[in-house]
Ligand binder design. Structure first.
Ligand SMILES: Nc1ncnc2c1ncn2[C@@H]1O[C@H](COP(=O)(O)OP(=O)(O)OP(=O)(O)O)[C@@H](O)[C@H]1O
Length: 442
């Protein structure tokens, strides 16, 4: 995708924040540009990591998450402060990369299974038919005739199966033992040993199958999964996942400002904060991390760090880290107009979600322009008066606004509720006017 296309895609989910969208789009395109180079030049080019600066709830995480989804890139989000918390002291920052690889493996396996879906379904169908109509064993004289009878009957059953006519019939199927999928949790740093133990257990249980009685539609689902798992090559998945994480992985580090030395947080634990920055540095500069799926190089992973930087400044980060986060983008605080757009514009916007939910009960919700504007105004007002939590305020407001109808909907099938200015004022006016109340409720 070109940067313009990426921005257009992001526009469908996130309102405003053009600078941040542009920056991530460029970073992504640069990765693709790099893959088109060869030789030493390719190795030399490192991703230009991004530092997003902006208050909470204005779309920083959302931009990164959407970007990853758009490109099917492995993604993890971590809070930088997690590594300074009491009890976590010394927690291995390498777990970030391990989590990324875990995610990549899951993603790659899902994609592989999806590709194998048709074949797996075919095989599962045959297994169900084998149970319904065991193939003739006797190959004596009458064998040819019996076989053709059998295949004719099979066709009939196959048709019925595909039409869903046999869904609720019970059959007994043999499923492989679940120990093969068992996950072992090992101590960090011992991934390889854990992996070996796991494959040992898997081998022990491999031959075992168990018979279970279940409805055909459930059996079909489980057999499809089993067949798909047989078709995908686990080794190939691991290799592909590691490559995917190395080349396309995105790591989002939130609250990076909270591990700065100066600012509000000056004091005894400064050392530990700066320690975390120093720990993070090798990951961002490029190192090799051992995971249970193999070694992974972090050189080309894209890091997006984010923080509000109310008190600390980006220049308070250790210099090496500043150098590794060369792209700085600022995100704007959200205003009434932005809230208004966030309520309706993104695909699956909040108002659309509530409409769809209520419609399942037969209640039609209609949001009037005046009502939407009033919600946006209240969101801004409450953010100003109490704490600014950005677009998250819309969630708490909407929940409060529609609480009654959400409760009563089952008794009101067939009715319509118009959310206009008067309705919003009625539900939220008093609360929003009272600072103490809104602190607790909105
Ligand atoms: N500009 C925006 N357009 C649409 N939705 C938004 C926007 N900003 C925030 N949101 C919504 O608000 C919620 C919180 O946003 P997000 O997680 O991106 O916050 P953030 O800026 O990363 O804050 P924090 O640093 O505290 O994590 C999400 O559900 C997101 O969809």
């Amino acid at each position: 995708m070109t940067p313009r296309e990426i921005v257009q895609e992001l526009d469908q989910h996130i309102v405003g924040q053009a600078a941040a969208k542009r920056a991530v789009a460029i970073a992504l395109r640069n990765r693709w540009r790099r893959t088109r180079l060869d030789g030493p030049m390719r190795g030399e080019i490192h991703p230009k990591n991004i530092l997003m600066i902006g208050p909470t709830g204005v779309g920083k995480t959302e931009i990164a998450r959407r970007l990853a989804k758009l490109t099917h890139a492995p993604f993890v989000k971590v809070e930088a402060t997690k590594f300074t918390e009491v009890g976590y002291v010394g927690k291995d920052v390498e777990t970030i990369i391990r989590d990324l690889v875990d995610g990549a493996v899951k993603l790659t396996r899902e994609q592989a299974i999806q590709r194998m879906r048709d074949r797996a379904e075919g095989a599962a169908e045959d297994r169900v038919l084998d149970v319904l109509l065991p193939p003739p064993k006797d190959f004596g004289e009458a064998s040819t005739q019996r076989q053709s009878e059998n295949s004719a009957a099979r066709q009939v059953f196959r048709k019925q199966l595909r039409e869903g006519k046999l869904d609720d019939k019970e059959i007994e199927v043999k499923l492989s033992n679940p120990t093969a999928n068992m996950q072992l949790m090992g101590p960090p740093g011992m991934e390889e040993m854990t992996q070996q133990l796991q494959s040992m257990f898997a081998n022990l249980g491999q031959q075992q199958t168990r018979s279970r009685k279940m409805k055909i539609k459930d059996a079909f689902k489980q057999l499809t999964e089993e067949e798909a798992a047989k078709l995908v090559d686990e080794e190939a998945i691991k290799t592909e996942a590691i490559r995917n994480a190395e080349e396309n992985g995105i790591v989002f580090i939130d609250e990076i400002d909270k591990i700065c030395k100066r600012g509000e947080y000056a004091g005894g634990s400064d050392v530990s904060r700066e320690g975390v920055q120093r720990d993070l540095l090798p990951l961002i500069e490029g190192c090799t991390v051992s995971t249970k799926y193999g070694m992974i190089k972090t050189d080309h992973i894209l890091f997006i760090a984010s923080g509000a930087f109310h008190l600390a400044k980006p220049s308070d980060l250790v210099p090496e880290l500043q150098g590794r986060l060369p792209i700085r983008v600022e995100l704007d605080a959200l205003k009434t107009e932005d809230f208004l757009r966030i309520l309706t514009e993104p695909s699956y916007a909040l108002t659309e979600q509530y409409k769809a939910l209520m419609l399942t009960e037969g209640v039609t919700l209609r949001f009037d322009e005046s009502g939407l504007r009033r919600i946006a105004e209240f969101a801004w007002q409450v953010n100003e008066q109490t704490e600014n939590i950005g677009a998250r305020r819309l969630h708490t407001l909407m929940e409060r606004l529609l609480e009654d109808i959400a409760f009563e909907a089952p008794d009101k099938a067939g009715s319509e509720l118009v959310v206009d200015r008067a309705f919003v004022d009625g539900k939220l006016g008093k609360l929003a006017a009272d600072q103490d109340l809104s602190r607790y409720i909105l």
